[in-house]
Design a protein around this ligand. Structure first.
Ligand code: ZN
Length: 442
């Protein structure tokens, strides 16, 4: 089956950021040819792009699918109160059905707004339900069972022995191997330094090397958290991760807002990827991560929306735009230009997932994971520079089609792979139940 996507602005996000007016030929779910002139090309199916922009499917590298049912229910709190008063009690109250409903809603929101791949951290229990839910969608997810074996005020439903945490995490890695040619993969996801014993973190570091898996965790998000880590361990946050052996090219570290000067070389030399969460960092009052300085040092950076309760959307375009604006404020206009912001949610995200050879740019041989965006809407025109238009003016409502492996999965906001109304109804119903089980008022 050959499909020709004809006559659009192809924003390849390849190494030289090539943009051209032309067509993309897809065969068996992969891009097989980029064409400036497709008049003589034969195909079984032709999709007219009507001059719209075609960009790689967006990749988000820090999302909590398990928290999407808690959207709007934990506003206006600082991080540690946010966790203790709301998020932990609610996560502890999840059962398999509510977690599945949360993850299906997550995938629906992500796909409708152009995100076709994500690195997700779920909760301590029922990770199988999260994986099954994602598997019912086209989302390419790398999923981590959240590991927590200590901490203050952690509800009983979230506590787990070190041995059980590791045994279950390894089981998921066997079921969803990190390098399989499959949509779904597993990784290790220790929550953060304060939730994990030193022994657990050391074991995760060793197991990561053995399995070749990613480690997905949080670090240096807020000053109060950094101070608690220092009091508990005697180390600054990143230095502690180094002490336990976790700083490595497999580490994916969300936030990294507050580093001590001595920690910068550790970050640079370790190969760690920073997962930038601009909306979440603003909403929780964490600060602005110095990502332009990280990028200048060669530290890989990508973007995630974090959890719905601290954002409150999971929209890659919104995050990329905010990232550019925040760096303009922090470092001066132009410090994170539009094409770099777009790279953060495309090829950099794919690199963070170790899947840049599969998606993240529009190139021959890569999966046809694509987003078609109408740049002709009144709030976008005139649009002399398509990348500027995409980052600074367009929004998710301008997305006309989303393709995964060459198949249209979203068209004009409508999900074609599922019944969106049913997903939303089930999410509302399961949210009511999980709040009631947690004894948390909405
Ligand atoms: Zn997070």
């Amino acid at each position: 089956m050959r499909t020709l996507l004809r006559d659009g602005i192809v924003v390849t996000m390849n190494a030289t950021d090539t943009v051209f007016f032309g067509s993309v030929l897809i065969e068996d779910g992969r891009v097989v040819e980029l064409l400036r002139d497709a008049t003589t090309t034969s195909a079984d199916r032709v999709v007219d792009l009507e001059g719209h922009a075609l960009v790689p499917g967006f990749v988000q590298t820090h999302v909590h699918g398990c928290q999407t049912l808690f959207r709007g229910a934990a506003d206006d709190r600082a991080l540690l109160d946010w966790l203790k008063q709301r998020i932990w009690p609610l996560e502890a109250a999840h059962d398999a059905r509510s977690l599945a409903a949360s993850c299906e809603l997550t995938a629906l929101e992500l796909l409708r707004s152009g995100t076709t791949a994500a690195l997700t951290m779920e909760t301590v229990h029922h990770t199988e339900a999260a994986c099954s839910a994602y598997a019912r969608t086209p989302l390419k997810a790398t999923v981590g069972k959240c590991l927590m074996d200590q901490g203050d005020e952690v509800p009983a439903g979230l506590t787990e022995s070190t041995a059980n945490s590791l045994r279950e995490a390894e089981q998921f890695l066997r079921e969803y191997p990190p390098h399989a040619d499959a949509r779904l993969r597993a990784c290790f996801a220790p929550r953060f330094a304060l939730s994990c014993s030193e022994g657990l973190l050391r074991d995760v570091a060793a197991l990561t090397r053995a399995h070749g898996a990613l480690i997905h965790t949080h670090g240096a998000e807020q000053k109060a958290e950094v101070e608690l880590v220092r009091r508990a361990t005697g180390f600054h946050n990143l230095a502690y991760l180094d002490h336990v052996g976790m700083l490595a090219p497999q580490l994916r570290l969300a936030h990294v807002v507050h580093l001590e000067p001595a920690e910068w070389p550790l970050l640079r030399d370790s190969g760690t990827h920073v997962l930038h969460c601009p909306s979440s960092n603003l909403k929780l009052g964490s600060g602005i991560a110095p990502i332009v300085r990280y990028l200048a040092l060669g530290i890989p950076v990508s973007i995630g929306a974090d959890g719905a309760p601290c954002n409150n959307n999971l929209d890659a375009l919104r995050e990329a735009r905010l990232a550019a604006q925040l760096q303009a404020h922090r470092e001066g206009p132009g410090s994170l230009p539009a094409h770099q912001a777009l790279a953060l949610i495309t090829r950099n995200g794919a690199a963070a997932l170790e899947r840049a050879h599969e998606f993240g740019s529009i190139r021959e041989g890569l999966a046809a994971d694509l987003v078609e965006i109408d740049l002709g809407t009144p709030h976008v025109v005139p649009s002399p520079d398509p990348i500027s238009a995409i980052i600074y003016a367009a929004e998710r409502a301008d997305i006309r089609r989303v393709f995964v492996d060459g198949e249209v999965v979203v068209e004009r906001g409508e999900a074609l792979y599922t019944d969106a109304q049913r997903v939303v109804a089930r999410a509302n119903e399961e949210a009511r139940k999980v709040f009631s089980r947690a004894g948390v008022a909405r």
